[in-house]
Write a protein that binds this ligand. Structure first.
Ligand code: 4NP
Length: 160
């Protein structure tokens, strides 16, 4: 069997945006019966929340949209990720720069701003919701949902 295509969602803490993307994209992949063909993970560029469960505010918004994410646990990005994953999907420019600096030059093509896969949003960054209000978490979810559909279409066209 061909190797799975693999995607790693990356934000700062790995407790809000990237675990939401992990769970939303996982749900979409399961709905399409593609679990055997796509590997999914998430990680943070910072290590402050390693070992923590996702932020309750993210978990609650996801739950209200029918997505389960409380099984996920935060970890930090490591150098092995640049070998293991085909796509490293940064939530914002700061995450993107962090990944870019960690990567070997030949690994840098794997790094993308996740929201650029959305067909609906013209912004390129999923903003950090951590210090904001509940509306930020709803907006983050909408952006991630849209980019997830775009990403799956992209993978179907190029890999599956
Ligand atoms: P995330 O959100 O990067 O979407 O997981 C954040 C979580 C924690 C912090 C910042 C952003 N923090 O500063 O602790």
């Amino acid at each position: 069997m061909a190797k799975k295509v693999s995607v790693l969602f990356v934000c700062l803490g790995n407790i809000c945006r990237s675990p939401t993307a992990h769970a939303v994209f996982r749900n979409l992949v399961q709905q399409e019966g593609l679990e055997g063909e796509i590997e999914i993970d998430s990680a943070g560029t910072g290590a402050y929340h390693v070992g923590h469960s996702p932020d309750k505010r993210s978990t609650q918004v996801a739950h209200s949209r029918g997505i389960q994410m409380s099984d996920l646990t935060a970890r930090a990005v490591d150098f092995g990720d640049f070998y293991q994953f085909d796509y490293l999907l940064a939530m914002d420019e700061s995450n993107y720069r962090h990944l870019y600096e960690m990567a070997l030059p030949e690994q840098r093509d794997k790094i993308h701003l996740f929201l650029t896969f959305s067909n609906e949003f013209t912004q390129t960054e999923v903003p950090d919701p951590y210090y904001g209000g509940p509306q930020g978490f709803e907006q983050v979810f909408d952006m991630i949902d849209s980019a997830s559909h775009g990403l799956l279409n992209h993978l179907k066209q190029h890999h599956l």
